[in-house]
Ligand binder design. Structure first.
Ligand code: FEO
Length: 168
């Protein structure tokens, strides 16, 4: 059984994962409108993954006797400046999510809720991968800058990356 404190904290994280899904969906739309199919499919996939992160939390809360909440979400921006800025935003977003997961883990230890602590280890590992993927892409885009040919090749690379190794 979840304590009210843990249930509230998990519900906050459910909202964060749902908003992450919205942010990446907005990024997918922005990239697709500019004809960057690879980046768009990467972002669509990433948006789906965030929904999966959210659902995993929803099911855990309900299975443990809590009530998962479906909250109103804040709207993400519709445009992201440049690809470099967009991937910087993505990286910053993932760093923020990692911090929220760390805070959650800390609360479970304080509350001595070892079942939730154990459940959250999946998210801890996941955030290491998410940050590392975002950092790798950011490094690449920083090398390319605004070079059109470079961006075209980058788009193809991201497309291959998405097809062979979907973001988790
Ligand atoms: Fe669910 Fe990208 O954090």
């Amino acid at each position: 059984m979840l304590s009210q404190k843990i249930e509230n904290a998990l519900n906050k994280q459910i909202k964060i994962e749902a908003e992450s899904s919205q942010v990446y969906l907005a990024m997918a739309c922005w990239a697709e409108n500019q004809g960057f199919e690879g980046v768009a499919s990467f972002m669509y996939e990433h948006s789906d993954e965030e929904r999966m992160h959210m659902l995993k939390l929803v099911k855990f809360v309900n299975e443990r006797g809590g009530h998962a909440k479906v909250s109103a979400l804040s709207a993400p921006p519709a445009s992201f400046g440049s690809f470099k800025e967009m991937f910087q935003t993505l990286f910053n977003h993932e760093v923020m999510v990692s911090q929220k997961i760390n805070d959650l883990v800390h609360i479970t230890l304080k509350e001595r809720d070892y079942a939730t602590h154990n459940f959250l280890q999946w998210y801890v590992s996941e955030q290491i991968e998410e940050e590392s993927l975002a950092r790798n892409i950011l490094d690449k885009i920083n090398l390319i800058g605004d070079d059109k040919g470079g961006l075209y090749m980058f788009d193809n690379d991201v497309k291959i990356l998405t097809e062979t190794n979907p973001p988790v």
